[in-house]
Design a protein around this ligand. Sequence first.
Ligand code: DOR
Ligand code: ZN
Length: 364
Amino acid sequence: MSLDHLFDIASAASRATNGTISIRRPDDWHIHLRDGAMLRAVLPFTEAQFARGIIMPNLVPPITTAAEATAYRDRILSARAPGSDFKPLMTCYLTDDARPDELERGFVEGIWVAAKLYPAGATTNAHSGVSDLKRIDPVLDRMERLGMPLLVHGESTDPQVDIFDREAVFIENALIPLMARHQGLKIVFEHATTVEAVDVVSSHAPRLAATITPHHLVINRTSLFQGGLRPHLYCLPVAKRERHRLALRRAITSGAECFFIGTDTAPHPRNRKQADCCSAGVFAGATALQTYVQVFDEEGALDRFEAFAALNGPKFYGLPVNAGTITLERKPSRVAAAVAVDDDEVVVFRGGESLPWSIAGIAP
Ligand code: DOR
Ligand code: ZN
């Protein structure tokens, strides 16, 4: 890291004292943008906050080839607002039949930057995921050799395992053996929600890192039942006990480089959330930075916000830090409660609420 960045952190910290903070433009290392009308409805919120984003490949059908990733990237680029410089970073969805040569080709040609591992059936559109991790050993060997990161949805799919224990069980039974088989493979443990995840990531950094969502920093499992069942707070991994939420807040404000932003913004239409079987996903993208900065403020750690938001992710992925800055202000703001999509709408996480922080502006 150049001295340049250090000076930036120092100046950001001092500017924070008077209620504003300017940091390098942040990135979102875990986004579901979907496609078509939904893509056009939600992309403006992400591009207003983030310079780059890791785009999840769990479309129907999933993005498994370099050609599909190129076409999807082009659809995202053409959905951007005029003047937007948002850069989508594409990923490949791993299936049992994933081919090492295709993975390598897409990576070497700069079409995708990582591959996503969904254990089959673990979450939304994960039915084509990997049924047995050993089946993709040749793919993982190749990725290890290339330095291509593996992004992991870390939950056990064993129906006997209690849903609140699925992350911890996956770490013991799948992640640790996988790291032993592929000792040089770079891995992101996506949307970490537990003390167990924080511990395993901290002790295996820097080859292992984790993204943390805004919602898992401010809700716990009791929030899901606050005054009744709250479908718009249901996502996977599901929010855990309070002690886990507090561990996530300590982790991101600790200054450790192995934690960075990944909103897991996952929009679903209201009719799919308020349904007999509610889809998993929280649309967190529209209030993400306001929530993250509020957490750093509450923890007395604004001087560490820039590293989590804008430096640690690029360092892990081997990408440059963004050139511009974003300024956040401790001034109440409100985002719309819902966003229209076709003849339905998506409910915004913390939408309609008065948020203590607002986005003041972006300088390119
Ligand atoms: O809650 C979730 N929603 N978790 C995931 O892993 C996938 C996501 C989605 O695509 O809706
Ligand atoms: Zn996700």
